[in-house]
Design a protein around this ligand. Sequence first.
Ligand code: FUB
Length: 459
Amino acid sequence: MMSKKIFMISFIVMMTMTMNYSSNAQTVQQRPIFQTKYTADPAPLVHNDTVFVYTGHDEDDAMGFKMYDWLLYYSTDMVNWTEYGVVATLDNFDWVPQRNGAWAAQAVERNGKFYLYCPVPGGVGIGVLVTDSPYGPFKDPVGGPLIQNSPHDIDPTVLIDDDGQAYMYWGNPKVYYVKLNKDMISYSGEIVQEPTTPDNYQEGPWVWKRNEHYYLAYASTCCPEGIGYAMSDSPTGPWEYKGMIVDALEKTRGNHPGIIEFKGKSYVFGHSYDQLKQTTTKFYERRSVDMDEMVYNPDGTIQNRDYWSVEGPDQVGTLNPFNRVEAETMAWSEGLKTRFETEWEGDFDWARGERIADRLFLTDINHGDFTKVRGVDFADGAESVEVSVSPIYGGMIEIRADKKDGPLIAKVEINGERQEGIWSTLSVPVSTNIKGVHDVYFVFRGEKDLFYFDWWKFN
Ligand code: FUB
């Protein structure tokens, strides 16, 4: 039997390990990059100074693939991400007979229009949606599938070559491609099954061009899946396998690449089951998007990484707290969910074709939950902070600098009279003379179901 002394020593060692882990988690944890929902199949798009990431959405109670809609997140600094919410659903397509099956989509921009290529598995086909803004609203301009070629019509990716010719690639377990017309919603010529499907190709192609090299990345080997890639001198191959961008480790299981350049750096996105594994040892299709910097070698090949780093890439830029910031803008959060709500049925902007009082906000706010916003630039200082909240049972927001228990910047009390759907803007003075760049924590105190939180702003 374990002696009392050994038990005490083991207990202290265990406690120290736990405390070290949680203090690390406070300062560097940034994997997965979105925490309030399960997300999969990331499709990043750079537009002006912003990265938009369109993702699939695994429902919270999914066991197999339970995917009804596509979500959108955006960032200007690669560490703080704002959740926009649902950007399209299978209901956008009149001809799709099912509600489940919003698999891996990709958005591309051409001549000021944004096209979202959406596969529906089981031989239903690949549809396309179009809009004038990266936020939608997306509409189906075709009224039927753009591609309906085989049961393998999944995971479309689009390359617009320097000469203006656009190609769409897709497929599992072979790669198919076709030339898209300039309208991006129709194609010309035959659908070609790529004769040189590269080694380890599984699904999820992502094609791009850099310095005269064409790249094809893909979910590679199965299962587990990592992210492999091949290169070519031409958009139509032949493709030569070059190696793994992210290794296939036991913990990766499924994967799906998305690759971009932003502010002079390259990034690879994929997904993992890490967030699910924090809640259960069982396997369900509840995935979460990951991302890291990706580095090219001088000959154009890509450096390998074994897995997603915990701390993610460096921040590129800072966040301005003197603009209104959505509460669902964060580098990390614990315990929180979000909800979309239309405030008044009557507030409809007929010119824009959308409701003007729609909002996405933080929910499920309980004692100890928090969000972390990185690299907030207070410049010469702030005098007060405003928050937009809707009380449930009431509680407190402690706004702290640099750590969850760091110096208190301000404290906002939200009284506990339930006012479902009624939003108030509360303003309190800043208690610390905060200047320059800091991480900011919004730490929630009270008991349970404290309030909803929509946005904040320093003055
Ligand atoms: O998310 C559904 C399917 O799983 C995608 O279409 C594949 O790429 C794989 O990630």
